[in-house]
Design a binder for this molecule. Structure first.
Ligand SMILES: Cc1cc2nc3c(=O)[nH]c(=O)nc-3n(C[C@H](O)[C@H](O)[C@H](O)COP(=O)(O)O)c2cc1C
Length: 179
């Protein structure tokens, strides 16, 4: 199974990207996790008729993915713009063909609520995009405790275990959806 991870924080020491790196390192047997690079993806603008390379690559990766993992930071109680922007680009392809029907897992690192408010907003966006987020297990991490090292790498074994459980459930969910 080919899984694409998309994270909503662009900063180098991002804890949300740390969650995705952990996911990548613990991909379930038989699956690979690629992490998308959003650093050069511009804001969606219908006037950009010639897609930049970074957008083309992102769209190709989404198309090739059997399932998606979102690293969802919480900005002002909602979805961080880089992640929403990636979905906005993908959603403009004809018939929503890149996204429709795909299985999704959502994880996030933020303040004390673990990005839950943003994650539930993201679930609402998934309804329109006909993405199918896994209900559980959910992954909510606190970015401000010692669960992460100074470079944003996850060091908390309990959260790592949550991620591994979520990925196993994602693979099952994606296989169910394909039937
Ligand atoms: C513009 C902005 C708004 C934020 N709003 C929230 C918020 O509503 N809830 C929250 O838990 N954290 C909020 N934070 C703090 C982020 O959770 C924190 O910066 C987190 O580390 C970002 O993820 P990252 O480590 O992947 O970059 C906000 C940060 C920024 C930059």
């Amino acid at each position: 199974m080919n899984i694409l991870a998309i994270g909503g924080s662009l900063r180098k020491k991002s804890t949300n990207m740390g969650l995705l790196r952990c996911a990548q390192a613990h991909a379930p047997a038989g699956s690979t996790i690629t992490i998308a690079d959003l650093s050069a993806v511009p804001f969606y603008n219908a006037d950009i008729t010639e897609k930049p390379e970074a957008v083309k690559q992102l769209l190709q990766q989404i198309e090739a993915a059997d399932a998606l993992v979102f690293g969802c930071p919480e900005y002002n109680y909602s979805i961080a713009p880089a992640l929403k922007n990636a979905l906005d680009w993908a959603s403009r392809e004809p018939d929503n063909k890149l996204l429709t029907g795909k299985a999704v897992a959502i994880m996030g690192a933020g303040g004390g609520m673990g990005t839950s408010r943003a994650q539930y907003h993201l679930r609402q966006v998934c309804v329109y995009l006909n993405l199918h987020p896994l209900n559980r297990p959910e992954v909510f991490a606190n970015a401000f405790t010692n669960s992460f090292d100074a470079d944003g790498n996850l060091v908390d074994e309990k959260i790592q275990g949550n991620i591994e459980s979520q990925l196993a459930a994602l693979v099952d969910w994606a296989n169910q959806l394909k039937k």
